[in-house]
Design a protein around this ligand. Structure first.
Ligand code: PLP
Length: 447
């Protein structure tokens, strides 16, 4: 009836925040005092009433080219008009091949083939499935074990949370994948506090992989997955020598090495990929976020010839990898990706991140000495500031800092528990880096 319709439209009116169950958000607290964002341009978000808020986090580590960049916007608009959707199961649109080629060229030599998904989580699932299937098609079907790392974040799929090392994920969702083990994380405050870049201490922790191999036997292990820099659990850069050592141990035992580069690819560490920064090439690399500068969802994996070619056998009409998403290589995402890579190249944004890394580090370290600050880590254009948690209320201080930053200090920061993370768009100017940390310093001084 009309009355029902009216009641329903009122219930769903824009002022009612109830219907949207928000992800990774304390919903009740948010809805009491919402942080709404209506618009964005370059380095800034704008609230519905027009207040500018500096984006200190590149959205969620994704808008590396800054917001609403004209060439990217135009490319998406054009694409929506020209070709809204085309299946990539059994058909394809030409630009998908162009983007795959560009990504393969951007990745370290040896990573040549791209499988597209729509998010980091799907990229991780894709990587794990390819690793398992690779061993299967090469006659090593007993290699089914996956090794992750404590404090690893690999998205929210069942594969990702199984190899990830996030306690709440592991606690809430039951048994997860069997046959998973974990390396220890690489953070030790006593040995690493206030380190700029890769810590001296901790490289030896890669040798824990030898212990895991000795426990399970190499013939049962398919792959090791790590983030070259753990982003979501607080900017933990790989200790010096760590990734190289992991590579050596994996090679020795026939184990595939997967880098989850969902955050680190596309310039965050001053290079196209973390693999390039560290001179260590994995067998499989995931990507997402920065590939479209956050504009249209996209993720995926880049794999070596060896892995790809192992599948290209059997009858010609047979599907080689039984995997894919309706929106794999969605035309809008592909158009956004091509335009984004062009902006990165044209403006030299990866090099820019490298150029300003030292300045960014110095600005971040200026918070050292504030009573609430327990540690600061920084690498590339990423920084984390650990706060001393309030007694008996872990996460409360971090949440309040984030709220106050947005409402009263016009900056967006990201917090996970009592750690503040900063990862501005790579277009950030030195003066904006200074402003970001000066503001944060003033804000933290209030506690
Ligand atoms: N892997 C890593 C390393 C990430 O940092 C993230 C997200 O932050 C993901 C995977 C999951 O990506 P998404 O949220 O796009 O599924």
């Amino acid at each position: 009836s009309a009355a029902d319709d009216l009641a329903r439209s009122e219930a769903l009116s824009p002022n009612d925040l109830g219907a949207f169950w928000m992800p990774f958000t304390p919903n009740r607290s948010f809805k009491k005092n919402p942080r709404l964002i209506a618009r964005a341009k370059d380095m800034y978000y704008y609230t519905p009433d027009g207040r500018a808020v500096m984006d200190g986090t590149a959205g969620l580590w994704c808008c590396n080219a800054g917001h609403a960049r004209e060439p990217i916007v135009k490319a998406i608009q054009r694409q929506a008009a020209d070709l809204d959707f085309a299946p990539t199961f059994q058909f394809a649109h030409p630009q998908a091949f162009t983007l795959a080629t560009e990504l393969a060229l951007m990745a370290p030599e040896g990573l040549e083939h791209v499988f597209f998904a729509n998010s980091g989580s799907e990229g991780v699932d894709t990587a794990l499935k390819i690793a398992l299937a690779y061993h299967n098609v090469t006659g090593n079907g007993s290699r089914t074990r996956l090794i992750g790392r404590e404090r690893g974040y690999h998205g929210v799929g069942f594969g990702g949370i199984s190899v990830g090392g996030i306690v709440t994920n592991r606690k809430h969702y039951g048994g997860l994948l069997g046959g998973v083990d974990h390396l220890p994380h690489t953070y030790d405050r006593e040995k690493q506090a206030f380190t700029i870049g890769e810590p001296e201490w901790g490289g030896h922790l890669a040798d824990e992989l030898e212990r895991i191999v000795a426990l399970h036997d190499a013939s049962t292990i398919a792959a090791v997955i790590v983030e070259p820099m753990a982003g979501s659990t607080g900017v933990l850069p790989a200790p010096k020598g760590y990734l190289k050592r992991l590579r050596e141990i994996c090679d020795k035992h026939g184990i595939l090495l997967i880098f989850d580069e969902v955050i680190t690819a596309f310039g965050r560490l001053g290079y196209a990929t973390a693999a390039e920064r560290y001179g260590v090439t994995p067998d499989i690399m995931t990507f997402a976020k920065g590939v479209t500068s956050g504009t249209v969802p996209m993720g995926g994996v880049i794999v070596s010839d060896r892995i790809h070619d192992a599948f290209m056998k059997g009858p010609d009409h047979a599907i080689e990898l039984f995997h894919g998403y309706t929106y794999t290589a969605h035309p809008l995402a592909v158009a956004a990706g091509l335009a984004t890579l062009e902006v990165y190249r044209g403006e030299g944004l990866f090099e820019r991140a490298r150029e300003f890394e030292a300045h960014f580090a110095e600005a971040a370290m200026s918070l050292k000495g504030l009573p609430v600050v327990a540690d600061i880590r920084v690498v590339g254009l990423a920084a984390a500031v650990d706060l001393h948690p309030r007694q008996g209320a872990p996460g409360a201080l971090g949440y309040e800092v984030m709220e106050r930053a947005f409402h009263h200090h016009d900056i967006m920061v990201r917090v996970t528990a009592d750690t503040i993370a900063l990862s501005p768009p790579l277009i950030v100017k030195p003066s904006e880096i200074d402003a970001l940390f000066e503001t944060l310093k003033r804000l933290l001084g209030e506690f």
